[in-house]
Ligand binder design. Structure first.
Ligand SMILES: C[S@@+](CC[C@H](N)C(=O)[O-])C[C@H]1O[C@@H](n2cnc3c(N)ncnc32)[C@H](O)[C@@H]1O
Length: 270
């Protein structure tokens, strides 16, 4: 345990995602026609959080890429893309998606915790990661390495679990102060500790991993400490159509209209 939180070895992360990969691909629908920031929320075409369209030949590195749909989207817009994930199975899936989409992406099997070893001395215009840093024990050093892999004036973009989302959403038959059915108000968030939100522990047939959330200010500080000027920060509510969805996510219903599930943060390297 670290600071009261359980540590998960990269090997355990890799084994979990290798085992989950086929099922994850079956249950999630991730569209390559938009850049997704998180499940059930609008994509980049609506949110417009990324830096403006790059000069010709601008480079991007995606970390914890999964199927690398975001790299496919960027490639189609003229970025030269590289992408890495700790799981060989996820990388095999990403290679297939890129090939089917007829784009060229440079792939590597590499953990977030030591991705730079797979791209020695390389600097990118954009280093990005969507919903992977929640699986890392300590995001601070990873954000610092991401900043180190960005060119001066380049950008680092991260989306991750919003700290409110690791609270418990409670629905019940609540009454208002006059004893009337509270309707939609009869649901709300129970969060034991915002400053150390509860871990989302996944213990199933694929293995054991933990998805963690951190306060918004912790992310701001990690970005600032890494020499990144935070230029965008978003907590988007759910959208009816989203580039990343699944039946489970669609079932979250009203909760995602009332609390954010994703925190997105973009910084520019000074
Ligand atoms: C929820 S999926 C998100 C995938 C992709 N970024 C997306 O948005 O579709 C999390 C991904 O993080 C990867 N991952 C988990 N722990 C990792 C680690 N320590 N280093 C690199 N990748 C990791 C998993 O293999 C998986 O592909």
């Amino acid at each position: 345990m670290s600071g009261g939180r359980e540590k998960i070895a990269v090997a355990a992360q890799r084994a979990y995602w290798d085992a989950l990969s086929p099922e994850y691909a079956r249950i999630t629908r991730i569209d390559v026609r938009d850049f997704h920031w998180g499940p059930q929320i609008p994509g980049e075409k609506t949110l417009r959080l990324l830096p403006p369209r790059p000069r010709a030949g601008a480079t991007a590195l995606e970390l914890g890429c999964g199927g690398a749909q975001n790299s496919v989207w960027l490639s189609r817009r003229g970025w030269r893309c590289a992408a890495a994930d700790a799981s060989p199975e996820q990388i095999a899936r990403a290679r297939a998606i890129a090939a089917k989409s007829r784009v060229s992406v440079e792939f590597a099997v590499a953990p977030l915790e030591n991705f730079a070893a797979a791209f020695p001395r390389r600097k990118f215009d954009l280093v990005h990661s969507s919903h992977a840093l929640e699986f890392v024990d300590d995001p601070g050093p990873v954000v610092k390495a991401m900043a180190g892999a960005a060119k001066r004036g380049g950008h680092v973009a991260v989306s991750t679990v919003h700290p409110l989302f690791n609270g418990e959403w409670i629905e019940g038959e609540f009454e208002d102060e006059n004893g009337r059915d509270a309707g939609d108000a009869g649901a709300g968030l129970f969060l034991t500790d915002y400053f150390s939100p509860p871990d989302d522990v996944r213990d199933d047939a694929c293995g054991h991993v933990v998805s963690r959330a951190w306060p918004v200010s912790a992310w701001f500080d990690w970005f600032s400490d890494a020499g990144l000027e935070v230029v965008r920060l978003a907590e988007p509510p759910a959208a009816k159509t989203a580039p990343y969805t699944s039946d489970d996510w669609a079932d979250h219903g009203g909760q995602l209209d009332r609390i954010p599930s994703t925190l997105a943060i973009v910084g520019r390297r000074r």
